[in-house]
Design a protein around this ligand. Structure first.
Ligand code: MN3
Length: 245
């Protein structure tokens, strides 16, 4: 009895395997979407009142989603993008046309942006190591905030403000135009590991702040997810000391 049911079990397994093989052989699998829109790590209303739920919804579900879809649409012309990690793409972006630069940058920047924000009161504080680096580079946390806000306010048109870990291990504040970022191998970009990035495109704040970009920048500072910035800083130091040795 046990043997017959075992044999029946085996037969079912074989059939299932054959069906699976037949399905695999039926044709090429549909083009996979290599790049994927990450979900927001918190509810859309979690960053209010600094950033309202409608802005978050449109920004993530339409703007970021469009960068991902437009980047995936370029895979037909650049098949290697199918398996190229998003971060590695940034470092070789000079080899690609503007559509890959804009949408690849847009995808990377926004994926980072959602992570370096946290609901009010949940972002933690700079680690002792990061605090020491901030003091060395800017004098004080207040000076960092002031310099960062200035870079964000002075970026003409659309772009981003950044706190980066430079290749020499120090910190710097930079800004980039459009969807460029500090990882890109492009002339005119001060390169480093992005620790913190602020989107100053109008789509990031216009519903709530209209033309008052400085008010958005000031309110945004209370959303900084220092836990994530600390993690990126520690990770970046590890990577840069690994490449030195
Ligand atoms: Mn944006």
């Amino acid at each position: 009895m046990a043997l017959t049911s075992f044999l029946r079990f085996l037969r079912v397994c074989c059939l299932a395997g054959l069906v699976g093989l037949a399905l695999l052989a039926a044709g090429p699998r549909p083009a996979a979407a290599a790049y994927v829109l990450p979900p927001l790590p918190y509810p859309v209303e979690a960053l209010a009142p600094s950033i309202d739920a409608t802005t978050m919804t449109i920004h993530h579900d339409r703007h970021h989603a469009a960068y991902v879809a437009n980047l995936n649409a370029r895979i037909a012309d650049h098949p290697e993008l199918d398996t190229l990690p998003l971060e590695e793409l940034q470092g070789r972006i000079s080899r690609y046309p503007a559509a890959v630069r804009n949408n690849g940058g847009g995808h990377y920047n926004h994926a980072l942006f959602w992570r370096v924000m946290a609901p009010p009161g949940q972002g933690g504080t700079p680690s002792p190591e990061l605090e020491a680096a901030i003091s060395a580079a800017f004098g004080s946390p207040e000076a960092l905030q002031q310099r960062f806000a200035q870079a964000a306010a002075e970026r003409f048109g659309s772009g981003w403000a950044w706190l980066i870990l430079r290749p020499d291990g120090g910190l710097a504040i930079t800004s980039t135009a459009n969807q460029d970022n500090p990882l890109m191998d492009l002339p005119g970009i001060e390169r480093g590991t992005p620790l913190l990035g602020l989107d100053v495109w109008e789509h990031a704040y216009y519903l709530n702040y209209q033309n008052r970009r400085p008010d958005y920048i000031a309110a945004w500072w209370s959303l900084v997810n220092w836990n994530e910035v600390n993690r990126r800083f520690a990770e970046g130091l590890k990577t840069s000391s690994a490449s030195e040795s």
